[in-house]
Write a protein that binds this ligand. Structure first.
Ligand code: BGC
Length: 637
């Protein structure tokens, strides 16, 4: 009794309670995120729900209801196949999802895509604050995840057209096919500028000329983003993502950080003058055009990975260029900064990355960022800034509002879009040589022989990023027209056409009036297309020789993602056309050959003789100071 009334008991009790409080508060501090305990509930008439209120006010209002956890979840961009439990979309409030190229629904049709994406979006809308997720894909030459979509020429072909209106129309048609499947986000256009054609992504670029890239990049953003005049909504149609910031295409051969590649994901020499004179220019143009997101590349600027460069992402892109949208990192790029996932995440977010294309493990990411904020490694104001940028884009797309744009599934691969693609193919053809006016071919021509690996191979003419990331070699794309089929359809009714891929024609002594060789590269994507010697295969060179021996004149059509070294052979060819990677509408090539459409394309980049000339500078200077086979913008009419 005496003990319980004693002073010692009293002091002991007070200390015990104090220690308990201390332990409890530490537990709360380190295990339960700040704000998590009291999520604030928006009223039914919250400002952010009101479509009449300016976007900035809506963003700020929504932000005020968000817990730290919810903010971090908005910064997540996860690949759909990494979400093993679809309930996570709601419980994690995932900010964004993507289909890595080739990650399609089991039913790879417009309906299949629409059903899948709509389900993901509806799940996100069931999260506490009902913030809809972004769903993104690489629609880089049409909505080319879908086999019966319209497959437009790859960007290098669009660059050859130099036609702003056409590029805007192509982007618009692509956007319509995307919206029909419920997708409002495309990771395009590419603003990279290749200085070295050995790079496997050369064909993903419009040109190596900043002015042309700026012009066509702007046209593409306009085509994707602008709402149609007279539309009932005033929101952005499809959000584009110009990529990849910055200096990509200028990487040095042999500098790749990926052991399987040579130049892709390599190092760009950190030349400040070039940064300002060349690399930034196209980005200033698309920012002016209203780009809402920009992808940060996988390359390094000197010693620094782009996604860790606060100088380039925060000071230059967001500061100097005044970019108000969000910076999204490229595939797994953030984790290539250092060996520790935590350190990499902290560096990237502090450098200014707003959304992280993880693309796999979102729970570790959310945990790491939460701890980084609690440890003071990332300021909460940085998280707020990132989320503000992401929400701004979501409001601009009208994702919160009832009236989202509707496009019928019939647009996918429609006759109208295919006609546009065919026109784009015809305009992309660059006539490099035409001796004795072999072209155009008269419809009265008696006998034509056709050979070459790409004559009857839609997979090759479409290139990679077509249903599968690396493309599929062979004749498998439904509703598409091969170049051979285009020639057959377009030739005169009395013209006889003989075809053999290898040029092995019957040895009957007959000589054709014209031999057409359609030759080129197998599909490849990214660093898998880095190659030391971009040349024609032996089979293709042999097929051309055999045509030469069995035809009076030989026309060579090069179907490739880049200029190929042809110096040793070109003298014996009568006419040469660069057709790039035309896509699903091979008839567009025949339109040029038979003179239905004039040749208007010009080379979007110089065509070198050999490796020693690489890299080639903007002013056309080659590494060995010799002159190229054809300069940039060359093209016969
Ligand atoms: C490419 C990006 C592309 C992303 C998502 C990356 O490998 O570098 O250009 O947008 O994958 O598919």
């Amino acid at each position: 009794m005496l003990f319980f009334n004693s002073r010692l008991f009293y002091v002991g009790m007070v200390s015990f309670v104090l220690i308990l409080v201390l332990i409890l508060s530490m537990w709360v501090r380190y295990t339960i995120p700040e704000h998590m305990d009291v999520p604030s509930i928006p009223p039914s008439n919250a400002l952010y729900k009101n479509t009449k209120i300016p976007i900035e006010v809506r963003v700020q209002d929504l932000l005020s209801y968000m817990t730290l956890n919810e903010k971090i979840e908005q910064m997540v961009l996860v690949e759909k196949n990494s979400v093993h439990n679809l309930d996570d979309i709601t419980s994690y409030g995932l900010g964004a999802m993507l289909s890595g190229f080739g990650a399609k629904p089991t039913d790879n049709t417009g309906i299949g895509w629409n059903t899948m994406v709509t389900d993901f979006v509806m799940r996100s809308e069931k999260s506490r604050l009902g913030i809809p997720l972004f769903y993104g894909v690489d629609a880089i030459h049409g909505h080319s995840n879908i086999a019966n979509a319209t497959i437009f020429p790859h960007f290098i072909g669009l660059g050859a057209t130099g036609n702003v209106k056409l590029v805007e129309d192509v982007a618009r048609a692509t956007a319509e096919e995307l919206v029909a499947t419920g997708i409002r986000w495309s990771f395009s256009p590419t603003l990279d500028m290749p200085r070295d054609i050995r790079w496997g992504r050369t064909y993903e670029t419009f040109s190596d000329d900043p002015v042309l890239v700026g012009k066509l990049g702007t046209a593409y953003i306009n085509g994707l983003q602008k709402e149609k005049a007279g539309s009932s909504t005033s929101s952005i149609f499809v959000m584009g993502t110009p990529k990849h910031f910055v200096g990509i295409g200028g990487m040095q051969w042999g500098s790749s950080s990926n052991k399987d590649f040579k130049i892709d994901q390599g190092t760009t020499y950190p030349d400040e003058a070039k940064l300002r004179e060349e690399y930034l220019f196209p980005f200033t143009k698309v920012i002016d055009a209203g780009a809402l997101s920009i992808m940060i590349g996988l390359n390094s600027w000197g010693d620094t990975k782009l996604s860790a460069s606060s100088y380039l992402v925060t000071n230059v892109l967001k500061g100097e260029l005044g970019f108000k949208g969000f910076a999204v990192s490229d595939w797994y790029g953030v984790y290539e900064i250092s060996k520790s996932k935590y350190d990499s995440t902290v560096s990237a977010i502090n450098a200014g990355i707003d959304m992280v294309m993880l693309p796999f493990d979102y729970s570790t990411f959310v945990g790491n960022v939460l701890h980084a904020v609690q440890n003071g490694d990332i300021a909460e104001s940085r998280i707020d800034d990132a989320v503000r940028r992401i929400l701004r884009a979501k409001f601009a797309l009208g994702l919160f509002d009832a009236q989202s744009p509707h496009v019928s599934l019939d647009v996918i691969g429609s006759a109208e879009h295919r006609a546009l693609a065919r026109d784009a193919v015809a305009q992309s053809l660059v006539l490099l040589k035409n001796e004795n006016a072999v072209l155009p071919i008269a419809t009265t021509t008696r006998f034509i022989r056709v050979a070459g690996s790409t004559a009857d191979n839609i997979g090759r003419q479409a290139g990679a990023w077509t249903v599968e990331w690396q493309g599929i070699d062979g004749n498998w794309l439904p509703n598409a027209t091969s170049i051979l089929a285009g020639i057959r359809a377009r030739a005169g009714s009395t013209t006889r056409i003989a075809y053999d891929e290898l040029g092995n024609f019957a040895d009957d002594g007959e000589i054709a009036d014209i031999g057409i060789a359609i030759v080129g590269e197998k599909p490849y994507a990214e660093g898998w297309g880095d190659t030391a010697y971009p040349i024609l295969s032996i089979e293709d060179r042999e097929a051309i020789k055999k045509l030469r021996a069995t035809s009076k004149k030989v026309v060579v059509i090069i179907v490739s993602g880049r200029p190929l070294f042809v110096t040793n052979e070109i003298a014996s060819w009568d006419a040469v056309v660069a057709a790039w990677l035309p896509g699903s509408e091979g008839e567009g090539v025949a339109d040029g050959l038979f003179g239905d459409t004039p040749f208007v394309g010009t080379l979007p980049l110089p065509w070198p003789h050999h490796t020693e000339q690489l890299p080639i500078m903007r002013d056309g200077r080659t590494a060995d100071k010799t002159s190229v086979l054809f300069p940039r913008f060359f093209g016969l009419r």
